[in-house]
Ligand binder design. Structure first.
Ligand code: HEM
Length: 330
């Protein structure tokens, strides 16, 4: 089994989340640099993707937010960001979906795991070709910026750029999908807050932090203790697994008074939805940009937006909090 999935293990082992200490710091600095540059010209592209998805359902008066918007949205944004050519987008999405089955599901069959690995290999080969092209003809996409990113005489190798590209697809997918779903759900359940935002759009950045605090799309982060230590009178031994409950921390009444109240005017700057420390989310700024554009366009283009079912079913997964389906009318 291990041998059969050697390629998976090799690539996962190169992802930022798997790297430690100095090695992590070196790759992270280069990623930060490339990411920052790629964000500069992304807004119009995200707007284009958002409008395209809304155009498809605009005349119907009803749609499933998850199926028709929240699922394809992060994938199309990532294709735009990485500079995937339009003729390769269908393949890119199919391969990415296969890989996400592994990243997203609690358990998968052997056949699905094999399919996922084959797709990862195909995706990596595509990235290898794309990287070679971009070395010849650099563009304003993330792949080009990652190739050029340089810090203290370090650069990313081709293999590292390939591995980080699939990491971004996996890390940026389920979390954004759930943030869009949870966010629209919360707006509709709290019309007074939505009204407040409509009257004062400058509240949006604060509102996004509050939505993330209130329904954190990633519910926990895992760590291994590197030495014995005591936390709240409990001894945690070297090598033990610690699961930090982000969702719970974000409802800590000592940090956020009346934590179960959604209040877009509260100061939620210190929410932990993006984690904490060296591995804190690389995609936080990208998330704020995507969510701001998506919420703004959905709210403006879909007047009288309503939930079809007032109590939709939360998905049962432990890590990601969100919906599989969220039917809406407008
Ligand atoms: C609502 C949206 C998002 C949430 C709630 C979220 C949450 C998180 C959390 C909690 C971590 C830390 C995990 C840990 O410490 O073990 C993390 C790390 C990470 N996230 Fe996000 N994320 C989001 C969006 C994104 C996006 C859009 C991207 C990129 C496309 C991204 C890329 C990453 C990467 C690469 C890491 C690993 C960073 C490192 O290890 O240095 N995330 N994210």
């Amino acid at each position: 089994m291990q041998g059969e999935f050697a390629e998976f293990n090799r690539i996962f082992g190169m992802w930022l989340l798997s790297l430690e200490a100095e090695e992590h710091g070196r790759v992270r600095k280069l990623m930060n640099k490339g990411f920052k540059l790629a964000l500069q010209n992304l807004r119009p592209r995200i707007q284009k993707v958002t409008d395209l998805l809304i155009d498809r359902v605009q005349d119907t008066g009803q749609f499933d937010l998850m199926r028709d918007f929240a699922l394809p949205f992060p994938m199309l944004v990532m294709a735009e960001m990485l500079g995937v050519d339009s003729e390769n987008q269908a393949d890119f999405i199919a391969w990415s979906e296969d890989i996400l089955i592994i990243a997203d599901a609690p358990q998968v069959s052997l056949d699905l795991a094999r399919q996922a690995q084959n797709s990862l290999i195909a995706l990596n080969e595509y990235f290898r070709t794309l990287i070679a092209e971009r070395r010849q003809n650099p563009g304003d996409d993330l792949i080009s910026f990652l190739i050029r990113a340089e810090e203290e005489n370090h650069v990313l190798t081709t293999d590292e750029v390939i591995a980080q590209s699939s990491q971004l697809i996996a890390a940026g997918y389920a979390s954004i999908r759930n943030f869009i779903g949870n966010g629209i759900y919360l707006w509709l359940k709290h019309p007074d807050q939505l009204e407040m935002l409509r009257n004062d759009p400058s509240l949006m950045p604060n509102a996004l932090r509050e939505l993330l605090r209130y329904e954190s799309s990633a519910q926990f982060a895992t760590r291994f203790a590197t030495e014995d230590f005591t936390l709240h009178d409990r001894l945690i031994k070297k090598g033990q697994t610690v699961i930090a409950l982000i969702g719970s921390a974000n409802r800590d009444p000592e940090k956020f008074p009346n934590p179960d109240v959604l209040d877009i005017t509260r100061n939620a700057d210190s929410h932990l939805a993006f984690g904490y420390g060296a591995h804190a989310c690389l995609g936080a700024t990208l998330t704020y940009i995507q969510a701001e554009i998506a919420f703004d366009i959905i709210i403006k283009r879909m007047p009288n937006l309503r939930l079809v079912n007032d109590t939709p079913e939360w998905n049962p997964g432990l890590l990601f909090r969100g919906f599989n389906s969220l039917p809406l009318t407008f």
